[in-house]
Design a binder for this molecule. Structure first.
Ligand SMILES: Cc1cc2nc3c(=O)[nH]c(=O)nc-3n(C[C@H](O)[C@H](O)[C@H](O)COP(=O)(O)OP(=O)(O)OC[C@H]3O[C@@H](n4cnc5c(N)ncnc54)[C@H](O)[C@@H]3O)c2cc1C
Length: 410
């Protein structure tokens, strides 16, 4: 992949090409008032957009041509993100597939795995999900109990995952499972690729408070996958899971688009104007605060993206972007509840319940991808260099720990 810096003319030509594509295809999603509880209609819009992007030679810009990418530079990627930031986000439901699973496959996959999976993932002909969390292993995901046991040329998976976003519409999932329970909990985990239609995989929806069913429980009963579905090295799954979580925090906190954005402030300013409240000095002050917070968050995202462009794997700084974006979401939610008043909790108002839904779904941000407390721990330990939490499980074999549901088995 060439890293040559583009000349101003080349950059401008590429920018114009992106803009022409976006003018035609990034036209928003018309859901016809359907709240789309399972996210499948939004995903369909994303797939159509991504196929058009592939046909236009603009999908997977920095991934190698032999694996279905365009083999272009990080500068092309930056320009694309800057332009996409000015249009409606058409690929929101591909965040996990493209922002987390794709970079992991590209970084850790063998040549055979990349040849088999990358091009279809890039074009969204296949969709991928992330299967990490379990009922007894969320923040402390290294306590996971789902196991993969080797049997000849296959791995047999048994266990349960939970909160798996879009598992019901995914073709593949990246899973972490325990491959050696006799060593310390972080040391005996491996990562695998699982076809979601494999016999023994059962996906059950979880019903959310906002009416959505966007994530799922997954049960694995003697699920057989070929030995070559191991991703990365055996028992190196914890390091890989950490790398994937960093990609996740960048994907959630810094988004798939670039540039300075203040969408929530813009939306609330428009609403305040409509309601004739925009001259209220206290409200103006709060709206301005939101505008500044969102602008600052964009700048932090741009710095993280610049680090990625410089070839760095996202580090703990990704936690900062995620924490800021969650705090901004909470600020915007409180402000919207004040501004809209009782209508903000109504399901059947002229917005089709979108304010109420927004207020409820906003709470997810501080949990998904690691809770705010966990992001603060990471920033404390690894950015600020503060002393780490005491880890009583250090060096103790996993099968001697009382974690997850293991305590119930005794
Ligand atoms: C919208 C959404 C989508 C999700 N999608 C996926 C997905 O696609 N795939 C997937 O694998 N998972 C997914 N998750 C799960 C998510 O990663 C977990 O919910 C999250 O990591 C927290 O784990 P938990 O729910 O088990 O809570 P717990 O870990 O049980 O935490 C409970 C509370 O204790 C606090 N806490 C725990 N440990 C500490 C500590 N050491 N220091 C301070 N406080 C602590 C937490 O902050 C939290 O407030 C999703 C979650 C949400 C909300």
């Amino acid at each position: 992949m060439s890293q040559a810096v583009l000349s101003p003319e080349e950059a401008e030509t590429f920018r114009a090409r992106c803009r022409a594509f976006l003018d035609e295809h990034a036209t928003g999603m018309n859901l016809g008032g359907d709240p789309d509880p399972r996210g499948s209609r939004r995903l369909d819009h994303g797939k159509v957009f991504q196929q058009a992007l592939t046909d236009a030679g603009l999908a997977g810009l920095t991934y190698p041509v032999e694996y279905g990418g365009q083999g272009l530079t990080k500068e092309h990627e930056r320009i694309w993100r800057e332009e996409y930031g000015n249009y409606p986000n058409m690929t929101f439901e591909l965040t996990i597939s493209h922002g987390m699973c794709l970079p992991m496959l590209a970084e850790y996959g063998t040549h055979e795995q990349k040849s088999m999976y990358l091009a279809d993932n890039i074009a969204a002909r296949t969709v991928w999900c992330q299967m990490f969390s379990e009922p007894g292993a969320g923040s402390d995901v290294a306590s996971l109990q789902t196991k993969a046991e080797r049997d000849g040329d296959t791995w047999i998976i048994n266990g349960q995952k939970v909160w798996t976003t879009l598992a019901h519409v995914s073709d593949y999932g990246v899973i972490i499972a325990r491959t050696d329970p006799s060593v310390a909990k972080h040391a005996g985990i491996s990562m695998f690729i699982v076809p979601m239609d494999a016999p023994g995989v059962e996906v059950r929806p979880i019903h959310q408070i906002d009416g959505g069913k966007h994530f799922n429980e997954i049960f694995f009963t003697d699920v057989e996958i070929p030995a070559e579905n191991l991703l990365g090295d055996l028992n190196n799954g914890w390091n890989m899971a950490t790398a994937m979580l960093m990609y996740e925090r960048v994907a959630i906190g810094s988004g798939s688009v670039g540039g300075v954005r203040h969408e929530r402030a813009d939306q609330l300013i428009e609403q305040a104007t409509k309601l004739g409240k925009v001259s209220d000095p206290v409200l103006r002050d709060r709206l301005m605060q939101l505008y500044i917070l969102e602008t600052t968050a964009s700048l932090v995202s741009m710095r993280t993206r610049a680090e990625l462009q410089a070839g760095k794997t996202p580090g703990p700084g990704g936690s900062l972007g995620k924490l800021i974006s969650t705090n901004n979401m909470n600020f915007a939610r409180d402000l919207s509840l004040e501004l809209i008043g009782p209508a903000s909790v109504a399901w059947e108002d002229e917005s089709g319940g979108s304010w109420a839904r927004g207020a409820l779904t906003g709470l997810q941000g501080g949990i998904a991808g690691g809770t705010n407390e966990i992001q603060r721990n990471i920033i404390g330990d690894r950015v600020l260099g503060l002393p780490r939490d005491i880890d009583a499980s250090k060096g103790v074999p996993f099968n001697e720990l009382r974690v997850g549901t293991q305590r119930d088995e005794r």
